[in-house]
Design a protein around this ligand. Structure first.
Ligand SMILES: Cc1ncc(COP(=O)(O)O)c(C=O)c1O
Length: 362
């Protein structure tokens, strides 16, 4: 009976499976010491100055937040030499993915994604009854030539996740230049740069240049990853003023709470927090590679704060065993990579614990 009331595409829709929270694992398995390396969070935590500002702002939570988030927008605009009207704020960048879907996609339109790409884009297309063309990746990288070849007259949006989650790979400036050559002007290219701050490679593209040149691009970034504010939920989108004005029509009022706005604003000033976090990831990632090499385990070198590891055997069972030993990682069945797990770079002791738990299991 209820089934008849549900929109047809929602009947097939599968919910997103997030990384298991520490408290749930402790409760379910009766464990005392649990570490989470499953959601690409930053274990060093946020800027202390941001936390102090949040404490101060607590007194004002009886008031609605500043609906447009203008102070935060001004801060981001200044940092990136843009205008506040080039910016939209989201309840995490995740909300912006859905807002993009709601703003641009009619039933029958098509979007193009990478088959190994972050699954929320496919979900946004499915939600809007839109055709989702998932182009197989090449060596776990977005196959930009393949994605371009998949364009049809129905194509409206192409999503490029850079660096990509869950593979950690990135597309280079040169590849992007080629991709934009002859690309139809009425197609919107969305760059998801949730891990932007971790991608320090020289040939990693600066997509703001494309925005400045007037291309139809939307760049999504977040305070959830290196800024370590995942629990407060704040991300932002950058685009031309006209594009932003349409996205703003769809954005729910007060979508970013006042504590998140304050924390994000102050975080932008704390260069030390970013420096420390980058240094930790760089050092610990290399250590993890060395340990995996010793165990002859295959992994994909990553431009982000996580590593995709191919165990060459059913990874669901191993993930469960790791969980039983108090280490939460992400099995990749959802991404049709059933032999892989994705592991976030944690604190040194956490990474050691993961390696020794894995060693015991293998
Ligand atoms: C590639 C990518 N984009 C977007 C998000 C969403 O992040 P948030 O909504 O916390 O900004 C994530 C989170 O894991 C991600 O990996």
């Amino acid at each position: 009976m209820i089934e008849k009331l549900i929109r047809k595409n929602i009947l097939q829709f599968q919910p997103y499976i997030p990384g298991k929270p520490i408290a749930e694992v402790k409760r379910e398995l009766g464990l005392k010491r649990v570490i989470k390396l499953a959601s690409n969070e930053n274990p060093l935590g946020p800027s202390l100055k941001a936390l102090q500002a949040v404490k101060k702002a607590l007194n004002s939570v009886f008031l609605y937040p500043e609906g447009s988030g203008i102070l935060l927008k001004r801060k981001i605009a200044k940092k990136l030499a843009l205008r506040p009207s080039n910016i939209i704020l989201g309840n995490g960048s995740d909300e912006l993915i859905e807002i993009i879907g709601k703003t641009f996609l009619d039933p029958g339109d098509e979007i193009i994604v990478s088959a190994d790409g972050f699954i929320r884009y496919k979900m946004a297309g499915d939600l809007m009854c839109c055709g989702v063309i998932a182009v197989p990746s090449k060596d776990h990288k977005h196959d930009l030539a393949g994605m371009k070849a998949a364009i049809t007259p129905k194509t409206k949006v192409i999503f490029i996740i850079n660096p990509n989650n869950p593979t950690g790979t990135y597309v280079s400036e040169r590849e992007l230049v080629e991709f934009f050559q002859g690309l139809r002007e009425d197609i919107i290219v969305v760059f998801d740069e949730a891990y932007y701050e971790y991608a320090t490679q020289k040939d990693y593209p600066q997509t703001l240049d494309y925005l400045r040149k007037g291309k139809n691009v939307i760049i999504l970034r977040t305070f959830s990853k290196i800024y370590a504010l995942a629990g407060l939920r704040v991300g932002y989108g950058l685009a031309g003023e006209e594009l932003i004005s349409y996205l703003e029509r769809v954005r729910p009022p007060f979508n970013v709470n006042s504590l998140a706005q304050v924390a994000a604003e102050v975080s932008l000033d704390d260069k030390q927090q970013i420096k420390r976090s980058l240094a930790l990831v760089e050092k610990e990632k290399k250590k993890l590679y060395r340990e995996l090499d010793k165990l002859s385990i295959t992994y994909i070198p990553s431009a982000a704060n996580f590593v995709l590891i191919d165990l060459k055997r059913e990874a669901g069972e191993i993930s469960k065993k790791l969980l039983a030993s108090g280490v939460i990682v992400r099995p990749m069945g959802e991404y049709k990579l059933p032999t892989c797990i994705r592991v976030t770079i944690g604190l040194p002791a956490e990474n050691n614990r993961f390696v020794s738990a894995l060693r015991k299991l293998l």
